[in-house]
Design a protein around this ligand. Structure first.
Ligand code: DGP
Length: 115
């Protein structure tokens, strides 16, 4: 997979449409096209990283940016009763888009453990 072909790289470059709720120089937050909760957002780094498994220690600031953007999005979405942030890594976890993204789900009661 090259960045040219990557779905989330293409969304980050504006080549494909998305419902964008936040964007800055490093991070994009979009509404998930297949929402599993009343609020279902994806925090996506602009730089192509395949998954958590490809992160390095140097990416710590980027993770801070991703979580910070999600925290502000959760506040904007009035998720005062809580929400869940998850990221899938690889086939066993059901990762379907091989570009790092954090799901934020909220607006309903969550079950634990996830399926
Ligand atoms: P995962 O399965 O963890 O890799 O999550 C990928 C998510 O991406 C999944 O919940 C559906 C969402 N998704 C797939 N294609 C698109 C798209 O074109 N636009 C948006 N906004 N979300 C997408």
């Amino acid at each position: 997979m090259t960045d040219a072909d990557c779905l989330f790289c293409r969304i980050a470059r504006g080549e494909l449409p998305a419902s964008v709720v936040h964007e800055d120089d490093e991070v994009l937050i979009v509404r998930d096209i297949d929402a599993k909760a009343p609020t279902h957002l994806l925090a996506i780094p602009r730089r192509h990283i395949g998954s958590v498994h490809e992160l390095t220690d140097d990416d710590a600031p980027l993770l801070g940016r991703l979580f910070g953007a999600l925290r502000r999005a959760a506040t904007d979405a009035a998720l005062s009763n809580g929400y869940r942030i998850v990221t899938n890594v690889g086939p066993d976890a059901g990762q379907s888009v091989p570009h790092l993204h954090l799901h934020l789900l909220g607006g309903r009661q969550m079950a634990w453990p996830p399926g």
